[in-house]
Design a protein around this ligand. Structure first.
Ligand SMILES: [Zn+2]
Length: 390
């Protein structure tokens, strides 16, 4: 073969490879189900594992009742939604089994329900966790407590590959797990906290991140709810009252309803960009603005062709609507916003390839540690199913 022939062959091969890998990404993204039709509700603990307790008040009983109330309300309002419980009676279920139930049933959502306890009796409030690396010791403590359940399992060392719930080092791996679903998990978690605060009049301890084993193994958006402190007199009374548990369950249902309609109305999301005319405030960031070549400027996102696909990096999701100017985003100049009913997501850059988006993710994580790659098709957010090798 001549040298030119060889070059041509190599060129054709690389084009074929590019097309195949790109379309594979599209197919796997499209295979992701839209909507919320299967929900797994996971009442924590059970059987010989009491969870937190104070006098006669026991976590495993409280959370089972809230879970059943939540499931019943979902079924009443959405007969088409399949509600699956990890337990409906007082039995011991290992953590890995709970995730397995959700994965086997191809759930669209996993909701784990718990009750908190702490030494200081004045501490109160509700908090909702998504999986991630804890940002402070308090969050780590909650995760340690919930993960300690595995010590009651027969072969936990093998099942959880040597994970030691008491060693902070064990938690490093949670940094990058479940990141594909983090945006959606945060969305549901924010709604739950809003409803707890506004509807159930609970003290809002906010959405948090920590390494919960039960969330690690699920392959769908997942949250772990701490419905209050059994160690606090007022909250214990609330949690052990029928009215309190009913209110909490209904607050979670309201958040579920909001999340479901938000997800299912994604096609009505619209991209918003503003002219980034304000100067970059380098004094605050101490770093130079992006010099990465963009496939297309973010400002042109609205002129995408109908079948266009592009990648970007979600840096955060907030209920607040921020102007996408550099001084609001640590000097970043290619930020655009996606407005939802309750949540505004912020993204950096617009890339033709997953590789470029991953480079951007790597770069921007120095400023936004929880940033993750997303994909858009027809200006609609779709999930990126990573191919092996990426
Ligand atoms: Zn618990």
């Amino acid at each position: 073969m001549t040298q030119q022939g060889l070059k041509l062959l190599l060129f054709i091969c690389s084009v074929c490879w590019a097309i195949t890998s790109f379309s594979d990404n599209l197919i796997s993204a499209e295979n992701q189900k839209e909507g919320v039709s299967v929900v797994v509700i996971d009442p924590g603990h059970g059987g010989r594992d009491l969870g937190a307790s104070f006098g006669n008040a026991v976590e495993k009983n409280i959370v089972l009742d809230i879970a059943l109330k939540l499931g019943t309300t979902i079924k009443e309002n959405y007969p088409d939604v399949k509600v699956i419980y990890t337990r409906t009676t007082d039995v011991f279920i290992p953590l890995y089994k709970r995730a397995e139930i959700a994965n086997k049933n191809e759930a669209d959502l996993f909701i784990s329900i718990h009750v908190n306890a702490v030494g200081a009796r004045s501490v109160q409030g509700t908090e909702t966790f998504v999986l991630g690396l804890h940002r402070n010791e308090d969050n780590l403590e909650v995760a340690k407590k919930e993960n300690a359940v595995i010590l009651l399992e027969d072969d936990y060392n093998t099942t959880y590959e040597g994970f030691d719930p008491n060693l902070p080092e064990s938690y490093i791996m949670f940094e990058t797990m479940q990141e594909e679903f983090q945006g959606q998990s945060v969305m549901l978690a924010s709604s739950i906290q809003n409803e707890f605060r506004d509807y159930a009049k609970r003290l809002d301890r906010s959405v948090k991140m920590a390494g919960f084993l039960v969330l690690r193994q699920t392959t769908m958006p997942s949250v772990l709810i701490e419905t209050g402190f059994i160690s606090h007199n007022g909250e214990r009374q609330y949690l052990t009252s029928e009215a309190g548990r009913t209110r909490l369950a209904y607050a979670i249902f309201r958040a579920f309803r909001e999340y479901k309609s938000d997800i299912e109305q994604r096609s009505s999301f619209h991209l918003v960009t503003e002219n980034n005319t304000k100067p970059v405030n380098n004094q605050n960031t101490g770093s130079a603005p992006s010099e990465l070549p963009l496939a297309q400027s973010a400002g042109r996102a609205q002129q995408q062709k109908t079948d266009d696909v592009f990648y970007s990096v979600q840096i955060m999701a907030l209920t607040r609507k921020l102007e996408t100017t550099p001084d609001n985003f640590k000097g970043e100049q290619n930020i655009f916003r996606l407005e939802g009913q309750n949540l505004n997501r912020y993204f950096s850059g617009n890339f033709k390839s997953l590789e470029e988006a991953e480079q951007e993710q790597h770069r921007i994580r120095t400023k936004y540690p929880n940033a993750f790659v997303v994909a858009f098709k027809n200006n609609k957010l779709i999930s990126v199913k990573k191919l092996s090798g990426h």
